[in-house]
Design a protein around this ligand. Structure first.
Ligand SMILES: Nc1ncnc2c1ncn2[C@@H]1O[C@H](COP(=O)(O)OP(=O)(O)O)[C@@H](O)[C@H]1O
Ligand code: SF4
Ligand SMILES: [Mg+2]
Length: 337
């Protein structure tokens, strides 16, 4: 592979937003009919995000529950269109892709979810779960399918002699490996892992994370690794991107984030990571409630929870800007320096 190709981002998001309208419930509709000033509410799940992932890179995307990580992941995977902004896949705007190119982009970007049970068809045998898509898309001939499925299972650390079994006959960790084998079977270049180890026991989490890293080496994969838990992405990400209420607030190479976190939100996430039992951590760890994305705080979204908040923070949105090579942060404190 040439070096110039490596400089092309696998995926690039330019000012991407996603809004969801929350339709009125029954009481809301009646209230509206009676003339009450009720409006449909809009959730800004993702709000003007710029992000790129280079070929071969592992980018960790971190933030508390509800900050828009899955929505962002789904847009990157092409499962959901953005409300605004552009998504470029290997330099081409996905909005303009059609036919074979669109199909290729979709196949080469695979998403691995948190709950393998709900993403695997319980009525299909493992061999069909893994073999269906590559057969449909002409990646393998029917005569070679058995061997092909065996190979994907081995690659994901599963014993191919179990391929006639159904998903419920496997443990949680093995089911996640089935999901991984299914994704690998369509020969992806880019994996989006959305909380892919969050539902697993700590010891199993480590095994699955190791598998992801081995696959990265063996297959030259690129990853967007989504987690609410900073400690999960610490060891496997080249770069970490921190989101808060739909916006990117900080991004930097992994070591830089852990050594020199700039944004007060990232700093509080880091303080919340118990260093010894790093993986045994509960959800909501930063002090204070996560505000509703239906009605986010003005200015810097983080100001109600920020120990350094100033008057300016309550009115003016801080821009995400470079504070050191490759290190960006969105905080007004950086202007004072
Ligand atoms: N399909 C949807 N319809 C309406 N609101 C949604 C939808 N998907 C996500 N949301 C809202 O968007 C926000 C971000 O959700 P999500 O992307 O799932 O966050 P995360 O993955 O970080 O927990 C949340 O407020 C959530 O309720
Ligand atoms: S901009 Fe203000 S409120 Fe936001 S993180 Fe920085 S200091 Fe805190
Ligand atoms: Mg999510």
């Amino acid at each position: 592979m040439s070096t110039t190709l490596n400089n092309i981002p696998m995926i690039e998001l330019v000012n991407v937003s996603k809004r969801f309208s929350k339709t009125l419930d029954f009481a809301g509709k009646i209230a509206k009919k009676l003339g009450a000033p009720v409006r449909e509410e809009v959730v800004h799940a993702v709000d003007g995000v710029n992000l790129s992932v280079r070929k071969g890179e592992v980018v960790g995307l971190v933030g508390e529950s509800g900050c828009g990580k899955s929505t962002l992941g789904r847009m990157v995977a092409g499962i959901m269109p953005p409300s605004d902004g552009d998504i470029f896949w290997q330099g081409q705007n996905t909005a303009n892709l059609s036919g074979a190119k669109a199909k290729q982009a979709k196949l080469q970007t695979q998403m691995i979810f948190q709950d393998p049970m709900s993403s695997l068809n319980p009525r299909l045998r493992v061999s069909d779960i893994i073999g269906e898509a590559p057969l449909v898309h002409g990646l393998v001939k029917r005569a070679d399918l058995e061997t092909y499925v065996d190979e994907q299972m081995r690659r994901a650390g599963l014993d191919p002699s179990y391929k006639r079994r159904y998903p419920h006959q496997f443990s949680g960790g093995q089911r996640q490996r089935i999901g991984i084998a299914r994704a690998l079977a369509v020969q992806p270049e880019f994996l989006i892992c959305d909380e892919s180890v969050a539902a697993l026991d700590v010891s199993i989490q480590a095994q699955v994370l190791n598998l992801f890293m081995k696959l990265r080496q063996d297959l030259d994969l690129t990853y967007l690794f989504i987690s609410h838990d900073l400690s999960v992405v610490e060891h496997l990400s080249d770069r970490v991107v921190i989101m808060y209420l739909g916006r990117v607030v900080e991004e930097a190479p992994s070591e830089e984030i852990f050594a020199r976190a700039n944004h007060p939100y990232t700093q509080s996430l880091l303080n919340a990571v118990p260093r010894i039992e790093a993986r045994k951590k509960a959800f909501q760890v930063v002090k204070g409630e996560i505000p509703s994305p239906l009605n986010p705080p003005k200015g810097c979204h983080f100001h109600p929870r920020c120990p350094h908040a100033m008057d300016r923070c309550r009115v003016e949105r801080p821009a995400l800007r470079e504070i050191a090579p490759g290190h960006k942060s969105a905080c007004h404190l950086n202007d004072a320096a």
